[in-house]
Design a protein around this ligand. Structure first.
Ligand SMILES: NC(=O)c1ccc[n+]([C@@H]2O[C@H](COP(=O)([O-])OP(=O)(O)OC[C@H]3O[C@@H](n4cnc5c(N)ncnc54)[C@H](OP(=O)(O)O)[C@@H]3O)[C@@H](O)[C@H]2O)c1
Length: 320
């Protein structure tokens, strides 16, 4: 089968497409023929090879050359112990090495939403789980909360706007001019174009701040936070070569020492329950993936370069 691999760390130029062995189905696994996958900053970081992330995958070159996480596809075989899937089921989920034609998946897999394509479904797992867990679990979003989403137009942001609305919030999205109308169309009550207006200076106060873009200092953020607001860090600028985004997380936490607002940072977890919740929200028409562009698998490097600009509008998808 075809798979995307990299034998060195670096720019997307290190990505190649290769013929590799098709995985066998394990007794507790499900063999999925992948129809589509999507690109996330996590893959960008692992290909780049931040020093902090190299430990488990090799200090000088990657021990595991495979790339990818999110997938949507069709079950081709099931292990002898698997009872909840059968051949032909449409499924989506997460598995390392998903920039490939097949994966054997043990846990992070559920039935795909029936009303969207594989390309759309592949856009969901990492980005939408992050948005859901950031708003609901770490942000403790309550109906009626005023929520600010900084970085509303990217993979995580486009889901966050819709999920926050579905959970009953009054949503303000921050984005650049080209994405203002798109973010509004997702249901945001207010959209701030950061190229024209400084959201830290407009006098509005928020209960919950979802910081996906990580563009400002704690001193600036604090101006727009209610006294007991929750500030959830999702992402940040790419940061330095050694610890990457962690430098930003440390800076914000340091700045917030002694503040009444609660700062948290989290790494999204794959959860079958949450993936099922997202499927229900999609099937109920409450959220819909925004796919900016679909690349064929052999153009994975171009897809990664596109994401690496930091200005994707929605998700970048790979089609097998
Ligand atoms: N904690 C976790 O578990 C987790 C999970 C997934 C992702 N992340 C992190 O979250 C971040 C975003 O991920 P993503 O998948 O959404 O990335 P993405 O699809 O590349 O989106 C990035 C978005 O940031 C926006 N942006 C850039 N500069 C901005 C600014 N000054 N103000 C406001 N928005 C700005 C861009 O919109 P414009 O073009 O309009 O500027 C773009 O849409 C990354 O740092 C990623 O590592 C964390």
């Amino acid at each position: 089968m075809k798979a995307v691999v990299h034998y060195a760390y670096g720019s997307p130029d290190v990505l190649k497409i290769e013929e590799v062995a098709k995985p066998d189905v394990t007794e507790d696994g499900v063999l999925v023929r992948i129809h589509a996958s999507s690109v996330n900053p996590a893959e960008w970081y692992s290909v780049k090879g931040l020093l902090i992330a190299r430990g488990p995958n090799g200090l000088f070159k990657p021990k595991n050359p495979r790339v990818g996480g999110d997938f949507s596809g069709v079950v081709e075989a099931v292990g002898s112990k698997v009872t909840d899937f059968k051949v032909g089921d449409e499924v989506y989920g997460g598995r390392s090495g998903a920039f490939a034609e097949y994966v054997n998946v043990v846990n992070a897999i559920v039935r795909k939403p029936a009303n969207i394509s594989h390309e759309e479904a592949a856009a969901v797992p990492t980005a939408a789980l992050t948005a859901l867990q950031g708003l609901r679990d770490h942000g403790k979003l309550k109906p009626g909360d005023k929520v600010l989403i900084n970085g509303a137009a990217g993979g995580v942001g486009t889901f966050a706007v819709q999920i926050a609305k579905a959970l009953g919030a009054e949503v303000t999205g921050v984005t650049s001019t080209k994405n203002v109308e798109m973010v509004r169309s997702l249901g945001a009550d207010h959209v701030i174009d950061y190229t024209r207006e400084d959201f830290t200076q407009n006098g509005q106060l928020y209960d919950l701040f979802l910081d996906i873009a990580g563009t400002r200092s704690w001193r600036e953020y604090k101006r727009v936070l209610k006294p007991n607001a929750r500030f959830v860090i999702v992402g940040s600028p790419k940061g330095n070569q050694v610890i990457g985004p962690l430098s930003y997380v440390l800076k914000i936490n340091f700045g917030a020492v002694g503040s009444s607002q609660k700062v948290s940072f989290f790494i999204a977890q794959f959860s079958r329950e949450d993936l099922s919740t997202l499927r229900e929200m999609i099937e109920a028409g409450k959220i819909k993936p925004v796919v900016e562009k679909v690349y064929p698998l052999h153009k994975a490097a171009d897809a990664m370069r596109h994401l690496g600009t930091g200005h994707a509008s929605g998700k970048i998808v790979l089609k097998m």
